[in-house]
Write a protein that binds this ligand. Sequence first.
Ligand SMILES: Cc1ncc(COP(=O)(O)O)c(C=O)c1O
Length: 391
Amino acid sequence: MVNNLEAQDSWTSGLQNNYGTPSISLTNGTGASVWDVEGNQYLDFLGGIATNILGHAHPKIVAAISEQASKLGHVSNLYSHPRALELAQKLNSLTGQKSARTFFCNSGAEANEAAFKLSRLTGRTKIVSTIGSFHGRTMGALSLTGQSAKQEPFKPLLKKIKFIPYNDLVAAKRAINKRVAMVIVEPIQGENGVVVPDFGYLRALRDLTSKHGVLLALDCVQTGMGRTGEWFGYEKEGIVPDIITLAKGLGGGLPLGAMIAIGDYATYFEPGSHGSTFGGNPIACASALAAISVLEEDGLLARNAALELTLKLELSKSAIVESVRGSGLLLGIVLKNPVAKQFVSQLQTGGVLANATSDSVIRIAPPLVVTDQQITDFIKTFREVAITHER
Ligand SMILES: Cc1ncc(COP(=O)(O)O)c(C=O)c1O
């Protein structure tokens, strides 16, 4: 394959149309840079949608994966292996809760499915989720997802799920009671356009759920693993959730998900309750361990706050920008006009990858290893495109 047009043809003749046909086909990358089949270089400010936490081909991830692949690529869940044990201990310790126990799976949807199933073991069946949320595409996770366009074609979905407006405590108070098994919520609604709730919202949800003995599950799939400058994205609220779900950045670019349960909930699953053939695969776990150690050793979480400030300040200077919201390196650039899709395609022509979550919001989620120079380059390209909308 030598060009992007051929790649498009090959896609339409070989793959189902659930994503639409991508305009470019990527072959390789390093750090926050990627190249397509024609040799064009792009600044990857989407990072596999908040997934390539250390960018592309990070040497420590490459080494960890290669070493693990040369030793043990897969075992069934009938045996343990050191990488899953180490990773579970590490994730549990990052929660700061001794009682935390991890279940490994392969994706965000699977992590939320596991949370959903665990919530059934409380003996209650009602769930509260939020409007605009995204929890995945499998039938259970889709049932939890507060976006009717995604749900509609696949109905009937699972029942007894109440959707309340995000960041609305009056609605939360009305919905949360002793009949509810689980409240599931994202610390920031990523897919919905990086919507940030008021400070205190998660704490209030914690108080309400604790009062009624309701499980609080925080879907940290997109906010987790340092992206917001914290490990999971809820820590500044000073709360302890009952369940944390993770995926995306967790595997350092490999498929890995986790459902961490805390307190009594950590022992709800018993042999036979749940499982996954590939969940906690040794290579994916080795990659995750390498990613976490680089994030720690290179102080990448602390650096996020400064980059967030720079990006918010500089991007807000363009007249077309209404606001820049989000935390760390998960930002939504809200435009005054509904031109986000066109804007993103102009960015791509200018050598920058980002995505539009709606007609007026551009999401950026670059790798945490993005260099200062690359931040400057992004701002420059963004401004060049912004100017074309301001004439
Ligand atoms: C908050 C959140 N939860 C769950 C998911 C689903 O993850 P996956 O695509 O790995 O199933 C996503 C994916 O975008 C997400 O952002």
